[in-house]
Design a protein around this ligand. Structure first.
Ligand code: PGA
Length: 244
């Protein structure tokens, strides 16, 4: 049997205490999903949403466990609040906060230290794709964003072309397949056949109820990282159902 897919919702900087209701609506409609489901709300909501039957994740963490870093949140704090995973190196963090591959790798090491699954994001810009450099860029990000001691069991990789995030545009299924096959080959090269084959690869960028099933059917796509559509119970539910 193929492994269960993972559908992860990335709420980004959206959500107040009242968003618990949206999650309740989703849960009532999908009490026993056939895929793994993870919701990554803003850190302020994690503790309040924990323990209600949906796995939770953070959207970023600091490399250190504690210290004088005003405004930052550590992997240990996310874990303490009830998170099981953390998104790292999302293109919005790479752009808005100048995060480098090396910083993302340090954060991934912190996630492992705290017992969190690290969802490491990679993806090319439109001009990089147009220049025929998508694989070179994504391969470089992958190599640089994983710590030397990375444990494949605690890793998920999300391929998110920057130009597809929040734009309603997606690569063709052939392009998605090509990139996921490439990432799989790189992971097998790095971690060996079995561990490299077991790492889940997520596609992210304008996944919607209308395109989720065909994207999830592409070889080596192990699920999705969902931004905008994860904010509506009905849309998120339809995407979760498409992954079953
Ligand atoms: P989107 O975002 O689904 O709104 O395109 C995906 C993401 O940024 O993870």
């Amino acid at each position: 049997m193929p492994p269960r897919k993972l559908v992860a919702g990335n709420w980004k900087m959206n959500g107040l205490a009242a968003s618990a209701e949206m999650l309740e609506t989703f849960r009532r409609a999908h009490p026993a999903p056939a895929c793994d489901v993870l919701v990554c709300p803003p850190a302020t909501l994690i503790a309040g949403l924990a323990g209600r039957g949906t796995a939770l994740g953070g959207q970023d963490c600091h490399p250190e466990a504690s210290g004088a870093h005003t405004g930052d949140i550590s992997a240990e704090m996310l874990r303490d609040a009830g998170a099981e995973a953390v998104i790292l190196g999302h293109s919005e963090r790479r752009t808005d906060h100048g995060e480098t591959d090396a910083l993302v790798a340090a954060k991934a090491a912190a996630a492992a230290r705290a017992g969190l699954t690290a969802i490491v994001c990679v993806g090319e810009t439109e001009s990089q794709r147009d220049a025929g450099r998508a694989m070179e860029v994504v391969g470089g990000q992958l190599a640089g964003s994983l710590p030397p001691e990375a444990d494949p069991a605690g890793l998920v990789i999300a391929y998110e072309p920057v130009w597809a995030i929040g734009t309603g545009r997606t690569p063709s299924l052939a392009e998605i397949g090509e990139m996921h096959d490439f990432l799989r080959a790189r992971l097998i090269e790095r971690f060996g056949a079995e561990p490299g084959a077991a790492i889940r690869l997520l596609y992210g960028g304008s996944v919607k109820p209308g395109n989720a099933a065909e994207i999830f059917a592409v070889g080596n796509v192990g699920g999705g990282l969902i931004g905008g559509a994860s904010l509506k119970a009905e849309d998120f539910g339809a995407i979760v159902a498409a992954a079953g």
